[in-house]
Design a protein around this ligand. Structure first.
Ligand code: HEM
Length: 506
């Protein structure tokens, strides 16, 4: 009797429990949906923008060539418009006037970084590049600026060390004896060594597998950081618990890189003498010691690892891509290459290596490098910013904490400032007498409080590497091949892999 009763009651109790769980799940889902739809409402006075899809908003419109898509949208919605990235309300700035109005005239208000789940997970909003705008950022940036000036661009000795690296670089190219090779590996190693000299006081050999591996992981993360999965993770951070997705690779790569950096930092700070810094890491450790016990200090071992990682990747990926585009365009336009050769030969008599003093006597080389930076748009959407206070732009209200995308591509292709922006023409940086002229709407390093910290160093590297390379070699593609100029997308735009023949000039 008893057992009979139990048998008939059990399924009923199980079914009730299942129903209760399903009901709870439905309520939770409805709550999440309503919360998401509320997040997706444009705040009052916010700029207009393309219609979003419920829940995911405009995320998928950014899948292919987002900079081009956003510029086209600005022709419909205006220079300043809004996007909904899955509930993350975002403002997009287009064209030189609009970018200048916000980043320069309202510099303070547009100096923050967005508190995105991805940044929180990767650097806890610390370090330098992803750091929130405030005292912590100021401390980290000041130390980096001083170090880059002191151990880098302002020293004659440092210029000598770049020249030495240029020699390692061209000698390594020479080993290919004019045969086809992909220059990516060599350019990356040579460029990152300049940042390494400032940070660790040390260069890594081109065949150092560990360092090579770290740079590859970093580089992969620069691509993954703007992939659909990363955007989804920012909108729906709970996908962290999914066992699949590219965001998981991003986290694994970051963990491996931080582990490697920890070891390298320890190695190159071993013989440190306090208050006699030899490089950035020593200077950082001095600050850390001097601020020990100060709860308001941003100097910590964790932040040191984040800052070192950001400086290496920000310095390597950008300058490397610029030089890789420069090599590609020189082979693409033999007439431009010939003019570069002529100018270099006329200034560097007897084949002596170039120095920074030669720069003002090489206006054409300068014009070519500027046109590469304009035309190739190395960081097409800058680095995501956020408003640190409420701001008003063109009559629109942008609340504090709004994510801001600066479409630097739209500045470099702004028809108001550039004639035929889609044509590659170094001459646009020359006056009628052949002198180099600066152009206002040229912002590859961005503008305002968060503008690139490594601009001076990057300019020095680009000039010395490019001139040394072109002085020694004639560049052409292997016969019968013409590589595509369609870029590989990521936070930076880089050329797709291509082969080049570097033939020694007499
Ligand atoms: C051609 C080379 C380079 C280009 C085109 C470039 C471009 C940029 C851009 C567009 C930004 C974003 C600024 C913003 O938020 O609006 C930036 C920031 C930054 N760059 Fe560069 N960069 C280059 C080289 C370097 C080098 C060599 C370093 C250091 C070794 C570096 C370190 C940084 C850092 C740390 C930031 C973040 C600054 C902050 O948040 O305060 N960059 N860069």
């Amino acid at each position: 009797m008893v057992s009979l009763k139990c048998r008939s009651l059990m399924p009923v109790a199980g079914a009730e429990a299942q129903l209760a769980v399903a009901g709870l799940a439905a309520v939770l889902l409805a709550f999440l949906l309503v919360r998401q739809l509320v997040k997706q409402r444009r705040p009052p006075g916010f700029p207009p923008g393309p219609s979003p899809i419920p829940v995911i908003g405009n995320i998928f419109s950014l899948a292919t060539e987002p900079h081009v898509f956003l510029k086209k949208q600005s022709e419909v919605h205006g220079r300043i418009f809004s996007l909904d990235l899955g509930g993350i309300m975002t403002v997009v700035l287009n064209g030189y006037d609009c970018v200048k109005e916000c980043l320069y005239h309202q510099s303070d208000k547009f100096a923050d970084r967005p508190s995105l789940p991805l940044f929180k997970k990767m650097t806890k909003m610390g370090g330098l590049l992803n750091c929130k705008y405030g005292k912590g950022w100021f401390e980290q940036r000041k130390l980096a600026c001083n170090s880059f000036r002191y151990y880098g661009s302002s020293q004659k000795l440092f210029e000598k060390r770049i020249t030495e690296e240029c020699m390692f670089f061209v000698d390594a190219i020479d080993k290919h004896k004019g045969k086809a090779f992909n220059p990516k590996h060599l350019v990356t190693n040579a460029v990152s060594n300049i940042t390494n000299l400032v940070i660790f006081g040390h260069r890594f050999a081109y065949d150092d597998c560990n360092f090579q591996h770290m740079i590859e992981l970093f580089s992969e993360n620069v691509e993954l950081a703007v992939s659909g999965w990363a955007l989804l993770y920012n909108a729906f951070p709970w996908i962290e618990y999914l066992p699949f997705g590219k965001h998981q690779k991003l986290f694994r790569n970051a963990a491996e890189v931080y582990d490697f950096l920890w070891k390298v930092i320890n190695t190159y700070s071993q013989d440190r003498v306090p208050r006699v810094p030899r490089h950035y890491v020593d200077a950082y450790l001095d600050e850390l010691e001097q601020n020990r016990g100060n709860p308001n200090s941003s100097f910590s071992f964790e932040n040191l690892i984040y800052s070192v990682g950001e400086l290496i990747i920000a310095g390597t990926e950008t300058t490397t891509n610029t030089l890789r585009w420069a090599v590609l365009y020189m082979a693409m336009y033999p007439n431009i290459q010939e003019r570069v050769h002529k100018e270099i030969d006329s200034v560097l008599s007897n084949g002596r290596p170039p120095s920074m003093e030669d720069k003002h006597r090489m206006p054409y080389v300068e014009a070519v490098l500027h046109e590469i930076l304009r035309f190739c748009n190395i960081v097409p959407l800058g680095i995501f910013r956020a408003t640190s206070q409420d701001a008003t732009v063109s009559g629109y209200t942008i609340p504090k904490g709004t994510m801001v995308i600066t479409n630097l591509y739209s500045v470099h292709f702004d028809e108001k400032y550039w004639t035929d922006p889609g044509v590659f023409s170094p001459e646009r940086f020359l006056d009628s007498s052949g002198n180099f002229v600066r152009r206002e709407a040229f912002l590859p390093f961005s503008l305002g409080k968060r503008h690139c910290v490594g601009e001076q160093l990057a300019r020095m590297e680009m000039f010395l590497f490019f001139t040394t390379l072109m002085q020694r070699f004639h560049l052409h593609f292997p016969s019968g091949t013409v590589p595509t100029v369609t870029p590989k997308l990521g936070m930076t735009l880089q050329p797709k892999p291509y082969s080049i023949c570097a033939v020694r000039r007499q």
